[in-house]
Design a protein. Structure first.
Length: 235
């Protein structure tokens, strides 16, 4: 365990809010905004709780990912959604300037500051996923996404998986599921800026089947909190 490792929590898909000047684009799209395409249900309350319990800085967004997806690269075809894809280049650039670039810059700044203070950054990007996607049931309850080539990320994720199973034997945990840890996302972008000795980027994916309303149950929050406490150095 690295003695100077510091946790940084983020949540890129925390809400489905629409800025007033873009509401006309989403008129009549309430069902879409409330779906998994609009935001990650339960992710932001969980991220807030983990950050508070572990005294970690938190960066989050509550604007819908349908406006511009903060967890996609600039060249991704999924950066803009159907309502914003047909905007002019100038309008899309304005979206990036107002909503995308400030978030990306804030995350880069937080990581840089922690590294400058002598810490190795453990970035936990919190997301949730639908129990069924394109007709296929997703049976795992938790997914831990990392880059297998980065040994520190691999060791941390596998150690966390073992602890989670010890703490809650019935909790099905899979690594690099339901997506690959190297897929397009904020963690991949930050890995390109920071070496593995300074930065670990882990995406926590939680199955929305576990939701109790808009939040995940306290038992799951305790499980995540207790296991992370064992893996993080105490001050």
């Amino acid at each position: 365990m690295t003695e100077c490792r510091k946790l940084l929590v983020s949540c890129e898909h925390g809400g489905n809010q629409i800025p007033p000047n873009y509401r006309a684009l989403f008129r009549g799209q309430e069902e879409l905004l409330a779906s998994h395409l609009g935001y990650d249900r339960g992710a932001l309350p969980l991220a807030r709780q983990l950050a508070a319990d572990l005294a970690a800085p938190l960066e989050f967004a509550e604007t819908t990912r349908l406006l511009v997806d903060l967890n996609r690269g600039r060249k991704s075809p999924c950066l803009f959604s159907e309502p914003t894809r047909d905007m002019t280049v100038a309008e899309q650039n304005q979206l990036l300037l107002l909503h995308y670039l400030p978030y990306r810059a804030a995350m880069t700044g937080r990581v840089s500051k922690l590294i400058a203070d002598g810490a190795q950054v453990l970035h936990l990007s919190v997301h949730s996923f639908t129990p069924c996607f394109q007709g296929k049931v997703r049976h795992a309850k938790l997914g831990l996404l990392y880059d297998p080539v980065r040994n520190e990320e691999k060791r941390f994720s596998q150690a966390w998986k073992r602890l989670l199973k010890q703490y809650s034997p019935d909790l099905r945990v899979r690594c690099n599921y339901p997506y690959r840890g190297t897929a397009d996302g904020l963690t991949r972008s930050l890995r390109q800026k920071f070496g593995q000795s300074d930065y670990l980027g882990i995406e926590l994916e939680v199955n929305q089947a576990l939701l109790d309303g808009e939040e995940f149950p306290p038992s799951l929050q305790r499980c995540l909190h207790e296991t992370l406490c064992e893996l993080l150095p105490s001050d």
